[in-house]
Design a protein around this ligand. Structure first.
Ligand SMILES: Cc1cc2nc3c(=O)[nH]c(=O)nc-3n(C[C@H](O)[C@H](O)[C@H](O)COP(=O)(O)OP(=O)(O)OC[C@H]3O[C@@H](n4cnc5c(N)ncnc54)[C@H](O)[C@@H]3O)c2cc1C
Length: 359
């Protein structure tokens, strides 16, 4: 028999399978020995009061064996003979667009100005250590886009909602931890993302899609108001009357090109500010009301939202146990962001503190 139960437990119970089994048995009114497995369906830490609690939704297998089910990737067809769609940019938007096109039988042809995930590492090292910015290969440009060496926090305050669960399942299918399906604030970590991105690329290529690296799009081929293809900086031409622009927020040369060609682009509200860094222990102490968070609680996060002079001021991309990264895409720029590994093990935390700007 299976039973779903909601529980509020102390962190040591949530983090210890034996203690949790006993607590679940009491809640389900069965003997602990009858429980074959406790499957976590939802998990969130509630640190609003001095006594930190963990909210759990679990499925209990009582005298019934548990068979784990890993989300499966769709059965992608071979699209090598399908109609071609050019995608500019191999960031998250471009890669997920490619996967969706393949499901529908179309052939994605991705053009990416940067290098593959492995080759990017050397350029990111040069950026971190020697402050040398390669304009085609940096924290923002290259396979996986700004997502590859990002923090991999998979939640947002935005109200826009697509099929979030489906995207999380795809990420698990490509190698992300299944924990992201249950955590209220799912996080992958920078050390895990490159492998996931490489698995996506291999899947796209294995099913007949194309990905071209070091292929910076420099012009659009237009006939009247119709797109007919794109021209790369080195002169190569790719033709299709379907082009998806997935070039991200830093592709300023493409924005200028669109403007020059009279193609409609729209300014959206944005925010600007600074990135602040603190000792992680300080954040733990404030959020968990204790000197040491112990072995069962994750490094604490925070979220701040205030109205100041009629404008929103808020924290964003808070990285517990993280590091600040130089994310310029051109020499002379100062742009920062933050990331952390899956274990969030560093002694520092950081966060953007930004004020909204309206067009
Ligand atoms: C350090 C860091 C940490 C982050 N942490 C998080 C986080 O925890 N959670 C979160 O949700 N977001 C995070 N982000 C932001 C997130 O990575 C971006 O929002 C996301 O990558 C945007 O996806 P995208 O596909 O739209 O664009 P991008 O990721 O910017 O991808 C665009 C791609 O287009 C390519 N391109 C640009 N111009 C051209 C051209 N002319 N020709 C060919 N290719 C071109 C670029 O090289 C790039 O690969 C982080 C970003 C950074 C840098």
């Amino acid at each position: 028999m299976r039973k779903e139960i909601q529980l509020i437990v102390p962190p040591d119970v949530a983090g210890d399978p034996d203690k949790l089994r006993r607590q679940v048995a009491a809640a389900a009114k069965v003997d602990p020995d009858e429980i074959r497995h406790v499957e976590i369906l939802r998990r969130s830490v509630d640190a609003r009061s001095r006594r930190v609690k963990v909210n759990l939704k679990v499925r209990v297998y009582i005298n019934e064996p548990y068979q784990p089910e890993k989300p499966q990737l769709p059965d992608y067809p071979n699209v090598s003979g399908g109609r071609e769609v050019i995608i500019i940019g191999a960031g998250p938007a471009g890669l997920f667009a490619a996967l969706r096109l393949m499901e529908l039988g179309w052939k994605p042809v991705i053009l990416e100005r940067g290098k593959d995930v492995k080759a990017r590492i050397r350029d990111i090292k040069a950026l971190n250590v020697d402050h040398i910015v390669d304009e085609d290969s940096n924290y923002c440009f290259g396979e996986g886009g700004a997502g590859t060496y990002s923090d991999g926090k998979l939640y947002t305050r935005a109200k826009k909602r697509g099929d979030v669960r489906r995207i999380l399942e795809l990420l698990v299918g490509f190698g992300a931890t299944p924990d992201i399906l249950v955590d209220a604030h799912p996080h992958i970590g920078t050390n895990k993302l490159p492998g996931i991105i490489a698995a996506m690329r291999e899947c796209i290529r294995a099913h007949g899609g194309e990905i071209h690296f070091e292929s910076r799009v420099a012009d659009f081929l237009l006939e009247g108001d119709r797109i007919r293809g794109v021209r790369l900086r080195d002169g190569d031409v790719f033709r299709s009357d379907r082009v998806i622009l997935a070039a991200g927020h830093s592709a300023r040369d493409l924005f200028r090109l669109l403007h020059r060609l009279g193609i409609a682009i729209e300014l959206k509200p944005l925010a600007i500010g600074v990135r602040v860094e603190h000792e992680q222990q300080l954040i733990d102490r404030i959020q968990y009301s204790c000197e040491d968070r112990g072995p069962y609680l994750p490094p604490a996060a925070y979220s701040i939202v205030r109205q100041v002079g009629g404008r929103g001021v808020y924290s964003f991309c808070m990285c517990p146990g993280g590091v600040i990264a130089p994310c310029a895409t051109s020499p002379g720029e100062i742009v920062t962001n933050g990331w952390s590994s899956s274990r969030r093990a560093r002694s520092t935390a950081n966060s953007g503190i930004v004020v909204e700007l309206r067009p």
